[in-house]
Design a protein around this ligand. Structure first.
Ligand code: ADP
Length: 421
């Protein structure tokens, strides 16, 4: 087993820069991606290492070891259950995730590469904070891949890197189509996956009752009863609708749920887990106090509660105005929680309408409400079980997409070799 994980002879050495990596530090979807894609690439024989800035919030699973290099401390560890090295750059100036900090990281990566302490052949950076590194490395003719997880984060900072990167990818084919004209005509969309070891209802120790496709109905009902009890809600027999995600005003669309909440609460329980804009948090908090029996509002980042919700809810509401890929819908389906989602970006690419979830077209609260009402009708019918079981068996693992990245790396290397001849 171990041998297969070892990089093969003369493996391609890739340096992967991210701002978060699960389970060491997770803020959102990028954390999940960075915690899973490098593992899948390593299994394919790519010699990939992860670099992230150190922060006091990092939770080490394995004992790290430190090394001083100039003014930096390099903190070394591995991704749990893998041979993927993680290098945390520690320096007081890197404690903030600001453009200045990332410009500094860019310089230190180049320095560490040039003095042989961080050897790599290809650089793979994520989002705006990789922009300076890509600009610097591309001037030195080192192949660079930029993956855009969300074009709306600091688009100005990204522009130069978008043009300079050897290749540009984003996280779903549909989002690639949506942003191609704003970026580059050769932008490629490679769908994100999820870590199917972490997100597995059969083995998940953060949920009270484990379950699989055969006993999903009993398993989910037990988890639902436990959660409804824990959150002090009433009636564990009525449908449980959920929302997990950032409470923002641009993307995730929780305001559309707020607009139709009175309608939803008439026949369902609703649980919300998220943090974000003060105004949305205040409104939700108040609504929660007004409807204590049927609405549970949880304004925090809580990994365990997230697992419990995935394992308990009947439907996941995903009214995003835009969604580069989205992991919430994939995790939901794996746990037999049917996504009701706006048909954009990665939501469109991962949910099969009427088969594994429900997709609606118009970005409005009334379209969301109609989709929920229709899904509630299916929930009362025999078709629901088929839908849940189909959703649970979809393949959202990284296997296929990791291969696509590997092939892309290889083509970038042969292009670079061709140019230097
Ligand atoms: P984003 O655009 O925020 O990256 P994704 O759907 O790609 O959205 O990924 C979100 C990830 O973060 C999922 O793993 C989801 O379960 C998790 N998540 C989001 N908000 C919370 C929260 N408040 N508590 C726990 N997990 C959360």
């Amino acid at each position: 087993m171990k041998m297969r994980q070892m990089a093969t002879d003369n493996p391609l050495r890739v340096l992967y820069l991210t701002s978060e990596v699960s389970p060491l530090l997770k803020v959102g979807g990028l954390g999940d991606v960075a915690g899973a894609l490098p593992k899948a690439l390593r299994l394919l024989g790519v010699d990939i290492s992860i670099v992230i800035p150190w922060s006091p919030r990092v939770k080490f699973v394995l004992q790290p070891w430190e090394e001083t290099v100039g003014e930096f401390t390099l903190v070394h560890t591995f991704l749990p259950d893998s041979e993927v090295p993680v290098i945390l750059l520690k320096h007081p100036s890197l404690l903030e995730t600001t453009p200045a900090a990332y410009a500094r990281i860019a310089m230190s990566i180049v320095e560490l590469k040039e003095n042989g302490q961080l050897p790599f052949d290809l650089f793979h950076g994520n989002d705006w904070f990789a922009a300076s590194t890509i600009e610097l490395l591309s001037r030195k003719s080192i192949p660079t891949l930029l993956t855009i997880h969300n074009l709306s984060y600091h688009p100005k900072l990204l522009q130069a890197a978008i043009q300079r990167a050897t290749m540009l990818t984003t996280v779903s084919p549909t989002y690639a189509d949506e942003i191609r004209t704003e970026t580059r005509h050769d932008l490629i969309g490679i769908l994100n996956g999820i870590d199917t070891d972490v997100w597995n209802p059969l083995t998940d120790l953060l949920i009270p009752t484990q379950y699989g496709v055969e006993n999903w109905s009993v398993g989910k009902q037990k988890n639902k009863e436990a959660l409804v009890n824990q959150l002090n809600l009433a009636e564990p027999t009525i449908p449980l609708l959920a929302f997990i995600g950032r409470l923002d005003t641009q993307q995730k669309g929780v305001n559309k749920i707020i607009e139709i909440l009175p309608l939803l609460l008439a026949e369902s329980n609703v649980v919300i887990l998220g943090t974000g804009a003060d105004e949305l948090e205040r409104v939700l908090q108040k609504l929660g106090q007004q409807n204590p029996e049927h609405l549970s509002v949880n304004l925090r980042f809580d990994e365990k509660l997230a697992h419990q919700i995935y394992a308990s809810a009947d439907m996941m509401l995903i009214p995003s105005s835009f969604e580069p890929c989205g992991l919430v819908q994939m995790i939901s389906m794996r746990y037999g929680t049917i996504p009701v989602a706006h048909a954009v970006g990665g939501l469109k690419d991962t949910i099969r309408d009427h088969e594994t979830g429900s997709l609606y077209q118009e970005d409005t609260s009334s379209a969301l409400n109609t989709a929920i009402e229709e899904a509630l009708k299916v929930y009362q019918s025999d078709r629901w079980a088929t839908m849940v079981m189909t959703a649970m068996q979809e393949d959202f693992s990284w296997k296929k997409s990791a291969k696509a990245y590997q092939q892309l790396y290889a083509s970038m290397m042969s292009y670079a070799a061709g140019r230097s001849e």
